[in-house]
Design a protein around this ligand. Sequence first.
Ligand code: AMP
Length: 300
Amino acid sequence: MSVLVVGSAALDSVKTPYGEVVDAVGGSAFYFAAAASYFAPVKIVAIVGEDFPLEKINFLKMRNADFSGLEIAPGDTFRWGGIYHQDMNQRDTSFTHLNVFEKFSPKLPPEYRKTPYVFLANIHPSLQMEVLDQVENPRLVMLDTMNLWIDTDLAGLKEVMARTDAVILNDQEARQITGEPNLIKAARDVIQLGPRTVIIKKGEHGAFIISENDFFALPAYPLESLYDPTGAGDSFAGGLIGFLAKHDDLSPAMFRKALVFGTVMASFAVEEFSVDRLRNLSEDEIQSRYRKLIAITRFE
Ligand code: AMP
């Protein structure tokens, strides 16, 4: 089964204690697609400017990602700058130049509309709603968001959430949306808003999944070298939904495994700057991290 992602496409300038990149490939759509494409065919809807170096995303084409929904508009690509300090759980945004992203109005090519698995990446809730109005009978719609939209359009965000099957939030976002400090209660409060499944990410402390019938928690992959946390969340979502789409099975047991593959793909994403570590992974590398997570969580 194939996966549709609608999100940002960016040129990121990122500084961490380990180095710096300028105008590197970024944006939620590309991180997501890079991770998901190891599992399932990916269709991308995003906007770039004429200055975007398309050759730098050729690796996605080689893995059959579909770019017919990638709009190339006159003007400059969205640019985002971020700085991470010693504690890489915290980052400061140094600049956000929306450029062509300001005019983004997602248009799904007709052949995209029946895509069964849909990921609404981090874009304005009204744009996420526009996507929902264009898809036909999806099997699974999963939503991501960020503090900016929770601050500026919580009502709109809740309306979109009511139409989704699953949401992925980090701990701060879950608390901010619900006003509930306890994360398990916060996740249950989000379920009351409509989605049947809620996934909460806790950075280096792992993630958990809550649905009506299941609770499952997993630590992060034990990495000793982390160079750039940008895009970890989108790569996590890519591994997770890509795996579900590959098997086309939405049982609680498969969601548990999907959480593990999401964790594995996020662990690769942060090992290098930009999408670089996700360019050319082998099946063996992915499977061996999956097995390692099984090994470190088994206790009986
Ligand atoms: P994450 O680390 O998962 O939050 O994702 C980081 C990516 O989000 C970067 O590659 C940025 O280009 C992109 N990004 C940053 N700010 C925004 C925004 N306001 N809207 C959409 N994407 C953004």
